[in-house]
Design a protein around this ligand. Structure first.
Ligand code: HEM
Length: 431
C-alpha cells in the first residue's frame, strides 16, 4: 500500500491543539478510532505516521538505523539547545561513536555509586517542605534531580559554583521551551523576542561549561574521578580519539537536559498516582518496611506506563521503507505512540487502573512498555533514571506522610517536550 494510513482530516492546527490539550488521551483515542497504524496532520511536520502495536513498534525500533533516522527527527526540535554533536541529534556512525563514549558511565550497576548522593540530596530537600499546608511537589523533585545531575555528571561540589550553575540552567530551560515548541520563532524579532533571549542564555551556560571543562582538564588526577565529565575527558573512541570540547559541551547539555526534568516529572507523577491510590501506597510502605524492593521497582515501572513522561519518539525515514504493510516515502516521520501503546487493554488490562502488580511477575516487554524508547536509540539514562526514582521514592515514603489536596487526578499538561501533572502534584505533608 502506498497511501498513508488513515487519520483525521481536521486542519493541522486543530489537531495540534487537541494533542496539546491532552496528549495521552489524544493518541489513545486515535488508535481506537483508526487502528494500530494511523496518521496525524501537524503544523510544521506535516502528516506523521504513528504505530501503536508491539510488532509494529518492533519494526520501527529494529529497522536499519541508516534508514530510520532518530537524530534527524530529534534535531528538528532539539538542535538549537543541544547542538549538532549531541547523541540525540546525530545519526549513523557519528551517533554510534558518541553513544559508545557516553554509555559506560550510565551502565547498570555503575549508577549505584551515586546512591548516597541521591539519598542525601533528597533528605536535605525534604527539610524545606512545609508541614500541614498545600504545596507543589514537582519543583522539589526537580531541585533534587538537578542537584544530583550537576554533582554526578559535572562533579561540581563547590556550593557557590553549584548555585551559579543552577541559575544558568534554570534560565536556559525557561528559554528553550518556547524555541523547541515553536520553530517559527527561531529568528530575531527584536532584542526582547524569544530567539535572542534564548541565544543569550545559551551563551551564558556554554561559557560556564567550557570553563568547567578547562578547569577539569587542568586539575591534577582528574583521571581518578568518577563523575561523568571526568570519565568523558578520559574516554577514547575506537581510533583512540578523545572528544573535542564542542562535543563535550553538546553531550553535557544533552545529559543535563534529558536527564533531570524527565526524572523529576516521573517522580511527581509517582506521588500524584500514589496519593490517589491509598491501597498501593500502603502496600508500598509495608513492602519497604519489610526490606522488600520489588514492589518499589514495580511502582516506578507502573508510573512510567500510566504517565509516560514522553508520549512518542520519532524517526525520520532517510529512504523509502515499509512499515505495517504501508510503503512510506523518504522524509516521512514515523513515531511509536508510547501513550497509546501503554493504554492498550490487551497489553495492560484495565489500563486506567494504577496497579504495580502487573510488573511483579516477569519483565516488562521490550516493545509494549517503552517509556525509554528503543533499539539503538534507547534512552542511555534508563538505568540511572529508574534507580534514582526508586531511591528518591523510598526516601519520600520513609520520611513523610503525604495526602492529595484534591481527590481528583491532576490533568496532564505539556511542559517543554514532557507530560507533567498540571498543578505540579499538589500535596500536604502531615506533621
Ligand atoms: C524518567 C526519566 C527518563 C525518561 C522517561 C527518558 C526517556 C527517553 C526517551 C523516550 C528517549 C528517546 C529514545 C528513542 O528515540 O527511542 C531518550 C533518549 C535519551 N535519554 Fe532519556 N529519559 C529519562 C532519563 C534520562 C536520564 C537520567 C539521562 C541521562 C543521565 C537520559 C539521557 C538520554 C540520552 C543521552 C538519550 C539519547 C539516546 C540516543 O539517541 O542514542 N535520559 N530518553
Amino acid at each position: 500500500m502506498s497511501a498513508l494510513p488513515a487519520g483525521s482530516r481536521a486542519p493541522a492546527i486543530a489537531q495540534a491543539v487537541s494533542y496539546a490539550r491532552d496528549p495521552l488521551g489524544f493518541l489513545a483515542a486515535r488508535q481506537r478510532r483508526y487502528g494500530d497504524i494511523f496518521s496525524v496532520n501537524f503544523p510544521f511536520f506535516g502528516r506523521v505516521v504513528y504505530v501503536a502495536r508491539p510488532d509494529l513498534v518492533k519494526e520501527v525500533f529494529t529497522g536499519p538505523p541508516a534508514v530510520f533516522h532518530a537524530g534527524e527527527a530529534n534535531a528538528t526540535v532539539l538542535e538549537p539547545a543541544l547542538g549538532p554533536n549531541s547523541v540525540l541529534t546525530l545519526d549513523d556512525e557519528p551517533h554510534m561513536r558518541q553513544r559508545k563514549l557516553l554509555l559506560p558511565p550510565f551502565h547498570g550497576e555503575r549508577v549505584e555509586r551515586y546512591g548516597e548522593l541521591i539519598a542525601e540530596t533528597t533528605r536535605k530537600e525534604m527539610e524545606s517542605w512545609p508541614i500541614g499546608e498545600p504545596f507543589a511537589l514537582r519543583p522539589h523533585t526537580q531541585r533534587i534531580t538537578l542537584a544530583v545531575i550537576m554533582r554526578a555528571v559535572f562533579g561540581v561540589h563547590d556550593e557557590a559554583r553549584l548555585d551559579r550553575f543552577g541559575r544558568l540552567i534554570d534560565d536556559f530551560a525557561k528559554r528553550v521551551g518556547v524555541i523547541t515548541s515553536f520553530p517559527m520563532l527561531r529568528r530575531n524579532l527584536g532584542p526582547g523576542s524569544p530567539w535572542p533571549r534564548f541565544q543569550r542564555s545559551r551563551a551564558a551556560l556554554d561559557e560556564f561549561i567550557y570553563e568547567e571543562i578547562r578547569l577539569r582538564r587542568a586539575a591534577p588526577g582528574y583521571e581518578e574521578r568518577d563523575d561523568v565529565l571526568s570519565l568523558l575527558l578520559s574516554a577514547r573512541d575506537e581510533e583512540g580519539e578523545a572528544m573535542s570540547d564542542q562535543e563535550l559541551r553538546d553531550e553535557l547539555v544533552t545529559v543535563l537536559g534529558a536527564g533531570h526534568e524527565t526524572t523529576a516529572t516521573g517522580l511527581a507523577w509517582a506521588i500524584e498516582r500514589l496519593v490517589r491510590n491509598p491501597g498501593v501506597l500502603v502496600k508500598l510502605r509495608d513492602s519497604l518496611a519489610s526490606g522488600e524492593e520489588d514492589y518499589l521497582a514495580a511502582t516506578v515501572k507502573e508510573t512510567l506506563r500510566a504517565r509516560p513522561v514522553i508520549v512518542d519518539v520519532a524517526r525520520k525515514l532517510k529512504a523509502p521503507a515499509t512499515v505495517g504493510g504501508y510503503d512510506l516515502p523518504a522524509g516521512q516521520f514515523v513515531l511509536p505512540a508510547i501513550a497509546a501503546l501503554h493504554y492498550r487493554e490487551d497489553l495492560f488490562p484495565e489500563p486506567e487502573r494504577f496497579r504495580p502488580e502487573r510488573f511483579l511477575d516477569g519483565k516488562a516487554d521490550n516493545y509494549a512498555w517503552i517509556p525509554f524508547g528503543g533499539g539503538v536509540r534507547r534512552c542511555i539514562g534508563a538505568a540511572f533514571a529508574e534507580y534514582e526514582m526508586r531511591l528518591i521514592l523510598r526516601e519520600f515514603m520513609e520520611g513523610a506522610e503525604l495526602r492529595p489536596v484534591d481527590p481528583e487526578p491532576e490533568r496532564v499538561r505539556v511542559r517543554n517536550i514532557t507530560l507533567a501533572p498540571a498543578k505540579g502534584t499538589m500535596v500536604v505533608a502531615a506533621a
